[in-house]
Design a protein around this ligand. Structure first.
Ligand code: GLA
Length: 381
């Protein structure tokens, strides 16, 4: 049963009629451009074929009642009495989105519905952004406000930053809002302009979940952000985005060794991300793969956000004949890597890399071929 069929059937079982709307919003995988979004830089993610789904109907009162099939739980909240969570639960993602939309002047109506999703939680594929964007889309359906992908993504990011207390950049919400079928999306995280580029012909994107999860991601993430901001202050620019490679080369010696490494990652990664667009437009899978390999090395050695498990799975992937290039993806310290592979060899790549990784680490990985899908949308009616 697909997620769509699941929420549809459960909605009927629960409410005795067909839903008024079904919405979905995808998770994401980032091809290149890591830890650049909060430096006002460039990212190049794609929305994946795993998503959060909601089947719903409007309510006459200002209440949201939601049933999560995955959590086997039902919760409700009043739109005129939003409470900040003491301890995060799944419903707080919906409350947070309601709060952020209301803060921005969107007039919201209540709804009731059934939620389900297949973005693995905590693996670095943005299950939270998917849930936030699906919730925003549900509010859009019942409240009738205009859907501007960038504005809605910013509201969902604010929910995450200010309501849920997670200091993420804009990438995850933006790609879940604005993903394009069969395209990766170059996002300028300062202007939020996007440029959809085709993946190289005959290539496939494989997600490589190491099966490892790290608890310290949040503190390490915030520390990296602060280091980047301090380096930008040193150069008297708004963000590291504003320094190009030649100016950095001329002045890098002014920074202490650690700040220099952190800044070098961001500045070279922005370069690689822009070159990745040229590679895609030229249908050059080999060059795109090479840029991904360099990105991983920079994240591992300069930004220091990889992990032994990520390095092991990336090494197995890069050693494989079907692979153009692989790298860790997302915040790091565990979770997933991403590989660009020859489409014909994708299936055997998955088998060989799984075996190689198990032999190297003893961990059980999950590898799957994905494809680029549309961002948040109403799929029914
Ligand atoms: C997490 C954050 C994003 C981004 C990445 C690193 O996924 O949510 O905003 O900063 O890490 O590129």
């Amino acid at each position: 049963m697909t997620q769509l069929e699941k929420v549809h059937a459960q909605f009927i079982a629960e409410f005795g009629e067909a839903p008024s709307f079904i919405v979905r919003a995808p998770g994401r995988v980032n091809l290149i451009g890591e830890h650049t979004d909060y430096n006002d830089g460039f990212v190049f993610p794609l929305a994946i074929d795993r998503a959060a789904w909601i089947a719903l109907r409007p309510r006459a009162d200002a209440t949201v009642c939601a049933i999560s099939l995955d959590m086997d739980d039902r919760r409700q909240f009043a739109l005129d009495d939003l409470r900040r969570p003491a301890e995060l639960k799944w419903i707080d993602y919906l409350t947070g989105v309601a709060w952020a939309l209301a803060e921005r002047g969107y007039a919201l109506r209540g709804w009731e519905g059934v939620l389900a999703g297949d973005v693995p939680i905590g693996s670095g594929l943005s299950s939270s952004a998917a849930l936030e964007l699906a919730a925003a889309r549900a509010f859009h359906c019942v409240s009738g406000f205009e859907w501007d992908a960038a504005a809605i993504a910013l509201a969902c990011q604010a929910a995450e930053n200010e309501w849920l207390g997670v200091k993420c950049g804009i990438m995850d919400q933006m790609i879940s809002a604005a993903g394009v079928q069969n395209r990766a999306l170059l996002i300028d995280c300062r202007s939020l302009e996007t440029d959809a580029a085709p993946l190289p012909d005959e290539s496939a994107v494989v997600i490589l979940d190491t099966g490892t999860r790290r608890g310290l991601v949040d503190s390490a993430y915030n520390e990296r952000r602060e280091q980047c901001e301090a380096a930008a202050r040193h150069f008297a620019v708004k963000a590291l985005r504003d320094i190009d490679s030649p100016s950095f080369a001329a002045r890098a010696h002014e920074l202490d060794a650690l700040s220099r490494k952190r800044a070098r990652h961001v500045i070279t990664e922005n370069d690689r991300t822009l070159r990745a667009r040229d590679a895609m437009n030229a249908d050059d899978a080999a060059l795109l793969g090479q840029l991904m390999i360099e990105s991983h090395i920079s994240l591992r050695d300069d930004f220091e956000v990889s992990s032994p498990a990520l390095d092991a799975i990336v090494d197995c992937a890069n050693a494989d004949e079907a692979c153009y290039g692989a790298r860790m993806t997302g915040a790091g310290f565990g979770g997933c890597a991403v590989a660009l592979v020859n489409a014909e060899g994708a299936r055997s790549f998955v088998e060989r890399v799984s075996a190689c990784y198990i032999a190297a680490t003893g961990n059980q990985p999950a590898l799957y071929v994905t494809r680029a899908c549309r961002g948040a949308e109403t799929v029914f009616p």
